[in-house]
Design a protein around this ligand. Sequence first.
Ligand code: SAH
Ligand code: SF4
Length: 345
Amino acid sequence: MDKRIINDLSANELAEAIAAMGEKRHRAVQILKWLYQKGAASFAGMTNLPRGLRERLDERFIISAPRLVESIRSSADASQKFLLEAADGALVETVLMEADGHRTICVSSQVGCPLGCSFCRTGDGGFERDLSSGEILGQILFFKSGYLPPRRRFNIVFMGMGEPLLNMRNLAAAIGILNAEEGFGLGEKRITVSTIGIPDRIRELAAANPRFSLALSLNATTDAARKRLMPAARDLDDTLAAAREFARARRARVTLEYVLIAGENDSDDDARRLAALSAGGPFKLNLIPFNEWEGCPHRRSDEDRIERFVALLLPTAPAVTVRRSQGNDIRAACGQLRLRRRSRD
Ligand code: SAH
Ligand code: SF4
């Protein structure tokens, strides 16, 4: 029989698979703990399972783990980027960021991205495929196996390669295990999904008792300007209405991300429109100075412009933060390690 990758099963699917093997329910809980809390690399090592069950698991399933291809440390801050290889050779980027004692893992949801935003290195590199839920979780297991001290808390942001809302099933399965007490046991405040904004998908998530935070990549304040930067952008009003629904369902604010690009979206009028469309809403604003990359004509707004932009926002806009350093040069390079590798092959 063909072996299945056990990490690709949601918590429910694992429970069903274990029940179908005639085993008691709590065995599934034990297996989840072995896989995600202890990072077990083999069934043989799952010592509180009966030997017979370990052997039968071994006949049916594989435990998957990505292989490290390359890592780079950011010169500007304490972030580190890793290029991981999936079983089929696909290359996946993951970043570990550290600031003020907090660790954040920036994970990918797809290999590349099909949406082609003009400022994004990942989009520029095209799209290969979705990541399975096991491959999404594999990025976090990779850190747990060597880069994170045991029992240290960390945050997860889906801001690596890909558009998470184009990979809903695998995203949901991965988040289920990130949340589950017997899985990674992360609190829902520690997980953030960043999206270009697909209204019907946001509504679908809102209706399903979401246990994670949402960040919406707004990046411009009119439909025309958004479309120019993000050809796949959907209707702005509808997208914001969906984000409000999510905020209501989650009883938490949605972050509006705004990459500041010189001459594209950083004028005084842009700031006033951004203030107006976010005022009074269940939002937080996160301004991200554009990170330049070779081959991209866009330029980062200069410091004076950023300051003026923030000053115009402050009287009316909700909480505003500017992402100054964390992972900056690394984020600029998002998609870059993978592309460099590919061109070498
Ligand atoms: N596809 C999702 C998640 C991945 S991109 C999304 O678009 O939200 C994560 C964030 O990185 C987005 O807010 C995006 O606007 C931002 N980003 C992409 N390229 C960037 C660059 N060169 N400089 C700064 N931010 C960038
Ligand atoms: Fe895809 Fe997000 Fe990059 Fe746009 S910004 S191309 S949606 S990864």
